[in-house]
Design a protein around this ligand. Sequence first.
Ligand SMILES: Cc1cc2nc3c(=O)[nH]c(=O)nc-3n(C[C@H](O)[C@H](O)[C@H](O)COP(=O)(O)OP(=O)(O)OC[C@H]3O[C@@H](n4cnc5c(N)ncnc54)[C@H](O)[C@@H]3O)c2cc1C
Length: 863
Amino acid sequence: MAIAGSGVLPAEVDVAVVGAGFSGLYMLYRLRGLGLRTVVFDDAGDVGGTWYWNRYPGARCDVPTTDYAYSFDARLEEDWVWSEKYATQPEILAYLRHVADRYDLRRDIRFGTRITAAVWDEGARRWRLRTGDGNEVSCRYYIMASGCLSLPKTPDIDGVDRYRGEVYLTGRWPHDRVDFSGKRVAVVGTGSSGIQCIPLIAGEAARLTVFQRTPNFSVPARNGPPPADRVTQLATDREGYREAARWSRGGVPSELTDVSGVTAPEFLRRERFEAAWQAGELFAILGVFSDQGVNAVSNEHVAEMIREKIRAVVSDADVADALCPKDYPFGTKRPCLDSSYFETFNLPHVRLVDLRRTPIVAVTEAGIDTAEESFEFDAIVFATGFDAMTGPLVSVAVTGTDGVTLEDKWRRGPVTYLGLMTTGFPNFFTITGPQSPSVLSNMVVSIEQHVDWIADCLQRLRAESLDRIEPTPLAEAGWVQHNQDCADITLYPRANSWYMGANVPGKPRVFLPYIGGVDAYRRACDEVAEQGFMGFRLDGPAGSRCNDGVIRRLQPDMAMVLDLVGSLGLPPIETMSVPDARAFSEATAASRPPGPEVGEIADAVLPGPAGDLAYRLYRPPTQGPHPLIAYFHGGGWVLGSQDSDDPLCRDLCVRTGSVVVSVNYRHAPEDRFPAAADDAFAAATWIAANAAALGGIPGRLTVAGWSAGGNVAAITCQLARDAGGPEIASQLLLAPVTDCDLGRPSYTSNGEGFILTAGLMRWFWDHYADEADRANPKASPLRGTLAGLPPAVVVTAEFDPLRDEGDAYAEALAAAGVPVRHIRARGHTHTSLTMVDVVISGAPVRAEITDALDGLRSEPSRN
Ligand SMILES: Cc1cc2nc3c(=O)[nH]c(=O)nc-3n(C[C@H](O)[C@H](O)[C@H](O)COP(=O)(O)OP(=O)(O)OC[C@H]3O[C@@H](n4cnc5c(N)ncnc54)[C@H](O)[C@@H]3O)c2cc1C
């Protein structure tokens, strides 16, 4: 029954909200609580949003009902009892109607009313909204609670209008029961909706033909009563459970694993997978391994075990093969939960048509023609998905401050601050907008978080006599970059998914939701608010203010490492004895991923000035001879050895196709300045002289090092120039120590919290060199003469205390006429690049280093 809000539409309100689903209903509840005059619009005939429209057979939630429910009112929770783990559409709709009744929400909702346009009036500082029936309403704040999946994608198949039989769209299902008994039915599309409705339609239809373009991963839902353990947890500590959900990765309390799918033994992999398979929950199967979302090998283990399950169920081997997804990583398209989906294809009256082999040519008057066959149907069901996330927002002609529409602004992909607002559109909020966790999470948790943030924001604006809020371009650009950084370390951008806009022709390919996690996202939003709405310009009768800035600049995986390190509460290295510090750094190294396979690894010694120096040689798998890299490890002249940077050396070897010779050198405090530098120079001299024997190309030596190793590498190049040899073709300095002045700004801004601290650098210097020696170019190469040095690749990291001295060295080299490639590793720390396969965002930087080295190697030397 359609129940409309009563009375005349007011000409002016404080807030207009579009959408009366989970988002709009709770938003209205909060705004009323603030005493703001609010009107809600929905083109549906009643509340419910998704659950009003999607009435197809089998429509259910796929996040358990224990979690897929509001948490803002404990009494509401206590009063409502779900009948199933995954409730059907009618039950969820009944719940939302109950919510509307309970809080008397309908009186402020205009049903059957579509908002078609919204224009910002800067003079009045108000939005003017236009409805489909030609009415206007003016509001101070305009909130789109219009849903991520509310604009169904109509089939873009030739001849759809010609078809004379019954046509159904899963996202716009009729309210009256549809009877497929005795009918020949087609279902086009095998996403979540298709997978849910196919078994039920098969149960009725005389014949069912399923047209599949992309096979989908699906897991048995194992539906039943709500999970007893969670019901108990909620009964005993409801608020604790809800708070855990709010601070979880996906909006459902769950334990994160540290088991890697790459290193776990086969039995453990299978054991973990089987447990997730039996659990019948999306977040379980998405969390079998810690690295399945970022590592292709780990992901493929899960994908293949699901394919095994499909093959075990589907009796026809060809059909099973067609149902097995093979060309995108598991999870990168939304996985599904099903009830007997794959089993349905064993029924004699059900047929699968693989559109990759025989594409649809046209819809005809009687049915569907593929490249090979003509089909006749009594009914066609299009389960063709949605123009997700941005579709409902840009389908309204929203015009901002400078006359630009939202559609124009987002032509190359959405641009938002926190997925909540967008520059040029003041006082315009989006609930679960693009670049917020939204569809990657339990959406009710994300909806409540957005609604609360917006309501709290409006409350504070009012309290501070402000009435206009707009994000700054800087803050917005920073958030867009952070979203991109988060997506780039995952496998998600590899799939042609609706997360990427790939299901809609002409839509830009941009990863739409925020994938950094519900917890990380909530923290960012909270921090923004706590820091005086950082990144927003606020105006009103009380004046203007803006605390401009970027809320997240660290690479997301590095941030996770830092969080983990912080949570361990380890004592700072500089408080340890040297033996303890060495034991600690060795223990840390023992548990890291090994890095890529190389052709050969050999340990040996070379002669140093005060005895033999151990080295480890890494040979590429390709036929030699190869360019040579003499590599010096990091560790502040105190820690480390020839194998302490093993993963980085393997990576350098494979990427650059070079023989890498990683040399140990004498360490402080046993051997203080200039022992390390002398050893490095001697080692480089020996390596150059023995290039051919080592499998290297004579004359193609790069001297490289990280941190203190970068220091001795830079000094080696200076010593070699002064001594007339060895011949060094290039130098690679990774976050090098170049100067003893610890007063540079990066020592302050990055001196704490990024693993290498200012205090630790002081400890290293104290162990290595007397004050009087530190300015010597053999300790501080920045103080030396730089002209005539080999071409250099210098890498500095944004959040490294050593950043400024590395920058200074790169600039001084260039000023001295040395060809330099200076790579500034954005969002990285001192240790990022060495953490191969841990800090995945370091990989593109190492690729850039390889390109830079190649560039230098192919450039004629200017010396
Ligand atoms: C079949 C299906 C199953 C799902 N299952 C889950 C699940 O298990 N777990 C989960 O977390 N999420 C699930 N989702 C996602 C689901 O959309 C959200 O969980 C949630 O219901 C969204 O609520 P909402 O209020 O934000 O948006 P919606 O429920 O989409 O409501 C938005 C409303 O705004 C209206 N609207 C849009 N534009 C306009 C306009 N211009 N003028 C007037 N009205 C407008 C729409 O008609 C709609 O009624 C599912 C989605 C679908 C389609």
